[in-house]
Design a binder for this molecule. Structure first.
Ligand code: FE
Ligand code: FE
Ligand code: ZN
Length: 274
């Protein structure tokens, strides 16, 4: 069975997201741990989270994804910004233990002129500071489109971060279809060779989740503009190959397409029909 869901708003609570995704036909979802532009997180209602855990158990959910705020930049040259990354990730990961065994996805960051070589150890340093041995959450590095000075648009960059991390057994990768396509990996016409390359450079066992998004722009455009499934340059046939690919079987897939809930419902239905 395809493990599929979409990005949801946490504003009505955790159990509500579980109910919402069930009504859309999904069995996983993603949410922001706090305002995507940064700021303080709301206090978590433990009873609400416990009700979600029961709902997930009763309905065969795949692991769910928490997404770090966009403003989090572990390789920022700005001291205050980098401090925010340390504090936010540490706090988010502590809170994630209320929802044990799920995933925390973040953007490796933007090096803003410092260069990749300087940025990669900075990212690993944040991970090594905020992760710990007994944590139950898998931390996911998201593949990026390479917009501006984004780190993580080449598999090699992600591999180097992983190599420098002390908690490798709790570290994975989330492949965003729009981002890798924008980054120059042709998942439309050469899915097998992209997955081969991922395997050679990072190892397919690290691939733990997918973000399913079509792209408003052609291959290697480094733009990061998500499109509805089948309406962009990646196209529907490629998504059929992706969600039925044996190497990707069982991974939680989250849509981050420009949709309201009814649009997500249609996309979930469509992808499940393959
Ligand atoms: Fe993301
Ligand atoms: Fe994404
Ligand atoms: Zn994106």
């Amino acid at each position: 069975m395809l493990n599929i869901g979409c990005h949801l708003s946490v504003s009505q609570g955790f159990e509500n997201m579980g109910k919402q995704i069930l009504s859309l036909g999904g069995n996983t979802f993603q949410f922001f741990t706090r305002n995507p532009r940064g700021g303080k997180a709301k206090d978590i209602d433990k009873d609400d989270v416990d009700r979600l855990i029961i709902l997930m158990k009763n309905n065969n959910f795949a692991p769910i994804l928490a997404h770090a705020p966009y403003t989090l930049n572990p390789c920022s040259a700005n001291e205050r910004t980098r401090e925010f990354a340390f504090e936010t990730m540490a706090d988010d990961l502590k809170r994630m233990e209320l929802l044990p065994g799920n995933m925390y996805n973040f953007h490796p960051g933007s090096h803003v002129g410092q260069g990749i070589e300087k940025a990669v150890p900075m990212i690993a340093e944040v991970l090594n500071t905020v992760m710990w041995d007994e944590m139950s959450t898998t931390v996911l590095l998201e593949t990026m489109a390479g917009k501006g000075s984004e780190v993580g648009s080449r598999f090699e960059e992600l591999r180097t971060i992983i190599d420098l991390c002390d908690y490798k057994d709790k570290l994975g990768v989330c492949l965003d279809t729009c981002h890798v396509f924008d980054g120059g990996y042709d998942i439309k016409d050469n899915l097998d060779s992209v997955l081969d390359e991922f395997d050679k450079v990072i190892g397919l066992e690290r691939l733990q989740a997918l973000h399913l998004n079509d792209s408003k722009n052609p291959l290697a455009s480094h733009k990061d503009r998500h499109e509805k499934i089948g309406e962009g340059y990646i196209g529907l046939e490629a998504f059929e190959r992706i969600v039925t690919h044996p190497a990707l079987k069982g991974l939680p897939c989250c849509l981050e397409t420009p949709n309201e809930l009814d649009g997500y419902k249609r996309e979930i239905e469509l992808l499940k029909s393959f």
